[in-house]
Design a binder for this molecule. Structure first.
Ligand SMILES: CC(C)(COP(=O)(O)OP(=O)(O)OC[C@H]1O[C@@H](n2cnc3c(N)ncnc32)[C@H](O)[C@@H]1OP(=O)(O)O)[C@@H](O)C(=O)NCCC(=O)NCCS
Length: 142
């Protein structure tokens, strides 16, 4: 099992930035409506949250509309359970002419009585800055 060297292990509160510069962009706890037939959290729900979390930094950089153009990799390392508090960390991996790629890592805090933090998901996504007609536009220079 792939257990990360968890930067979240000590305090229950998630740090705003990880050692690699990834930023905390979203924290959310799934609801009973998000479970699958096994009683775990539905993968599609997690994917939607990752897409939302991944869009935060590209939206800022693009200073306007963006669209998800590709998800290169999606790994579900461990199941997510009801009661888990999920923290989504994002780090820009590439800025192209019109596109911005991001790596998203998701950690679950569970069992508050004896806190455990595990990486549950990671994914690489690419967003494109788009204009009012939905066509690619250049990412503004800093
Ligand atoms: C996003 C969209 C506007 C891009 O239009 P396009 O004509 O395909 O654009 P281009 O081929 O010029 O590519 C634009 C950028 O995306 C990148 N890109 C395109 N396909 C890609 C892929 N599969 N993986 C990674 N990057 C990709 C290109 O490399 C380019 O980046 P760059 O300018 O930084 O080099 C268009 O594909 C679209 O509207 N897609 C639907 C988006 C959407 O609805 N997403 C929500 C999911 S339902």
């Amino acid at each position: 099992m792939d257990t990360p060297p968890s930067p979240l292990q000590q305090p229950a509160m998630a740090p705003a930035v990880l050692a690699d510069g990834a930023q905390l962009v979203l924290r959310v706890m799934p609801l009973p409506a998000d479970v699958n037939a096994n009683g775990d959290i539905f993968g599609g729900w997690i994917m939607a949250q990752v897409d939302l979390a991944g869009a935060v930094l590209p939206s800022r950089l693009a200073r306007g509309r963006i669209a998800t153009v590709a998800v290169k990799e999606f790994v579900f390392k461990q199941p997510v359970s009801l009661g888990d508090l999920l923290s989504f960390y994002a780090r820009i991996t590439r800025i192209g002419r019109t596109s911005i790629s991001v790596r998203v890592e998701v950690y679950a805090e569970r069992n508050p009585a004896q806190l455990q933090v595990v990486k549950v998901t990671e994914a690489d996504l690419t967003y494109v800055a788009i204009d009012d007609q939905g066509q690619p536009r250049p990412v503004p220079s800093a």
